[in-house]
Design a protein around this ligand. Sequence first.
Ligand code: GUN
Length: 287
Amino acid sequence: MILLKMPAKIIDGNKIAEKILNDLKSKIKNSKQKPGLAIVLVGNNPASEIYVNFKEKTCKEVGFYCERFNLEKNTSEIDLLNLVNDLNQKANLHGILVQLPLPNQINEHLIINSILPHKDVDGFTPFNLGNLVSGNTFLAPATARAVMHLIEHTGVQIEGKNAVVVGRSVIVGKPVAMMLLEKNATVTICHSKTKNLQEHTKNADILVAAVGKPKLITKEMVKDGAVVIDVGINRANGKIVGDVDFENVKDIAGFVTPVPRGVGPMTIAMLMENTLKAMELADRIKK
Ligand code: GUN
């Protein structure tokens, strides 16, 4: 008998995100109030500029209100702190997003911690991260939510599975590991100091790559039939590639996300959902 290996199903993040955005658009079309998002960009990191442009564009497309603040690279910590404090007071801006990374003269923790928790649409404040860890999610990081949404979309059960997260950032690795744990996966977090990475990844039914290293995950590192979610967005030889060697891994995995058109558009859709949630939270606080 010849066993034919099925190529992986490609998870179309664009299509899934489009549906979410259309639903949001219809939801707020006839509402009296528009969700409002403040986007703060300090300096001119080219990758950050691209991400922020997308976020702003999507806000407008779904009918949200958006105010963008472009600050000089040499902005002082106190000036940024004052801006966040002003934005905290604005009733028409329900969400505040300070694009990371920030220039060296600014302490990121200080700035993030100054965002009011109910306006923290990134879910990066200690309040929101703490709630996530204690299983009482309030506003959760958009990229981690995007990863979970894409895994759930495959229909593959998470409970009892071995999930390996490669990367331990506060933006993705740590929150996604917590979310997988909350869904009863057995979670391993790998990082730059992990020995024998392949030993871990090869055992993963669900593999999330979020390190920012082009094509780090090769087909030898992937278990047959695994769900592989690629969070990486890297520039290599003038092309955008992920952390996963997509062309080869797609012959081994059960499901795999492409880059682009995978996690990226879903992250923005999740950010828009968080902004709507922030508006609803503000309404509840007012009452
Ligand atoms: N930099 C990279 N990803 C993100 C994100 O999701 N939010 C913010 N604020 N900055 C980022």
